[in-house]
Design a protein around this ligand. Structure first.
Ligand code: DX5
Ligand code: ZN
Length: 221
């Protein structure tokens, strides 16, 4: 059986003045588009308010994978499912009732994602596996694009893969994914790859997405 790979480019480093066109540039070769929502509280950066995010989701030709780096994820996450995001990921560090919020995301028809920052152990959240459609292992401190992949997260990716076992849960990595690092993350067990600056700072974003996919697929299962 061939390895399953999804590339989910992040538009954080795209041209924010014309995101609909930026998304169209990578649409043919990408699985979903990764939308980073930051509130300047959970992370020291701000991206889009709910109104702006809604407009992006409505105009996007690709299904949207929302990554919520916000406090009050319990209240906000279901709203992102309601506006039509295909996948909504919350941070364990920002959520009071994780089980309830994961269920709320699913009941609004979206896939539920659970993210951990670099200092958070995934094993502590293994019990949520039956409520989760995707685990997200942050491979940088969340907040900014263009940071370096943290190689000490490789072991955590491997641990998450073991926790998933035979469940159909996607394993996403986010932060510093590039031509240099994607194979390392894939070999550790990741199957869903966020890439921001590697894609949108390259001269041909679509070609870069294709290249990243090829590299991830080249890793033996
Ligand atoms: C960072 C965001 C990432 C970011 C990745 O907190 O969650 O999705 O856009 O950017 P790169 O790929 O440049 O590290
Ligand atoms: Zn992200």
């Amino acid at each position: 059986m061939s390895r399953e790979v999804r590339i989910t480019p992040s538009i954080l480093n795209a041209n924010l003045d014309d995101l609909a066109s930026e998304i169209r540039r990578i649409a043919e070769v990408s699985d979903l588009v990764h939308l980073d929502i930051m509130d300047d509280q959970f992370v020291p950066n701000f991206t889009f308010d709910f109104e702006a995010a809604t407009k992006i989701v409505k105009e996007s030709v690709l299904p949207v994978d929302a990554h919520l780096m916000v406090l009050d994820a319990d209240r906000i996450a279901p709203q992102y499912a309601q506006i039509g995001c295909t996948s909504v990921t919350l941070h364990v560090e920002a959520t009071k009732d994780i089980a309830q919020t994961l269920k709320a995301i699913r009941s609004e028809g979206a896939r539920s994602g659970l993210a951990v920052k670099p200092n958070t152990d995934i094993a502590d959240y293994a019990d949520f596996s039956d409520l989760v459609d995707m685990f997200l292992i942050m491979t940088v401190e969340p907040g900014f694009g263009g940071q370096k992949f943290m190689f000490d997260m490789v072991e955590k990716i491997q641990r998450a893969r073991k926790i998933i076992g035979s469940r159909p849960i996607w394993l996403q990595v986010d932060g510093g994914i590039s031509e240099e690092t994607i194979e390392i993350a894939a070999a550790a067990g990741a199957d869903t790859f966020v890439a921001g600056s590697a894609v949108f700072r390259s001269h041909d974003p679509a070609q870069m997405v294709a290249k990243l996919r090829e590299l991830a697929l080249s890793v033996p299962e």
